[in-house]
Design a binder for this molecule. Structure first.
Ligand SMILES: CC(C)(COP(=O)(O)OP(=O)(O)OC[C@H]1O[C@@H](n2cnc3c(N)ncnc32)[C@H](O)[C@@H]1OP(=O)(O)O)[C@@H](O)C(=O)NCCC(=O)NCCS
Length: 211
């Protein structure tokens, strides 16, 4: 068993603690030490797990850590602030996720793939991606670093998703489209054409949300 800590004790951090327990049920792998969280008192407890401290304590920590914060830009900030050579970022995969082709798929470090995800073939995920409950990822999909796929999304074949993108719950991407860096796709959207960087698109069919 190898030590691991989770950064972020919010909803997704607690789900990640459960994911680690479920990995361990299938094959004892991780000794979960507790959470780092900047907003909670050190030594307090969340779901029975100890708060090990915030950023300062995380910088003192050496070992495996999972950054379990769903918001892409917050996750990226945390990783950039933790520039420590002593940290390792394993990717965590729920036993009930189907990861598809071992030969043709590439998964970066620090990713979190939760229960019910189905991936097929020729898929590349950058570092620190989150793919949440029951999302599907079709053939020839590329995903940039720090992208978050919320639960129940359907990503068709030949879709390219940039860095720091958020796909809201239940969003669907038609085939052969690109989502630009740091764009947000609203919950329930059906994306039928290319979405440029730094935009928010909502609706069916999806279009730019005017602020
Ligand atoms: C698209 C989104 C990012 C917009 O957030 P926002 O800028 O804070 O928007 P607001 O909540 O202020 O809503 C502004 C308007 O957009 C509409 N809107 C918000 N989200 C929408 C969506 N997904 N689809 C269609 N319209 C949406 C609102 O009804 C509101 O309309 P109105 O001005 O006519 O009243 C957000 O609503 C969203 O869908 N986020 C994804 C959340 C998610 O998937 N969470 C998963 C948790 S596990």
């Amino acid at each position: 068993m190898k030590d691991i800590a989770i950064y972020g004790a919010g909803g997704f951090g607690r789900e990640t603690a459960l994911l680690i327990q479920q990995i361990n049920k299938q094959k004892p792998t991780w000794n979960l030490l507790g959470f780092f969280d900047d907003g909670l008192p050190k030594d307090s407890r969340v779901d029975g797990l100890i708060i090990l401290g915030g950023r300062e304590q995380a910088l003192q920590y050496a070992g495996a850590i999972s950054i379990a914060v769903a918001d892409p830009s917050t996750r990226e900030k945390i990783v950039n602030r933790l520039k420590s050579q002593k940290l390792e970022y394993p990717s965590l995969v729920h036993p009930l996720a189907q990861m598809g082709s071992e030969e043709f798929n590439t998964i970066g470090r620090g990713c979190i793939i939760t229960a019910g995800v189905i991936m097929t073939t020729h898929i590349t995920l950058g570092d620190f991606c989150i793919i949440n409950l029951s999302s599907t990822v079709g053939h020839d999909v590329m995903m940039g670093t720090f992208t978050t796929i919320m639960p129940g999304c359907s990503i068709s074949g030949n879709v390219t998703i940039g860095q720091g993108v958020l796909l809201g719950t239940g969003a669907r991407m038609l085939q052969n489209i690109n989502i630009g860096d740091h764009s947000t796709i609203g919950a329930g959207a059906v994306v039928t054409k290319h979405c440029p960087p730094n935009e928010t698109w909502v609706g069916v069919p999806a279009s730019k949300k005017i602020p």
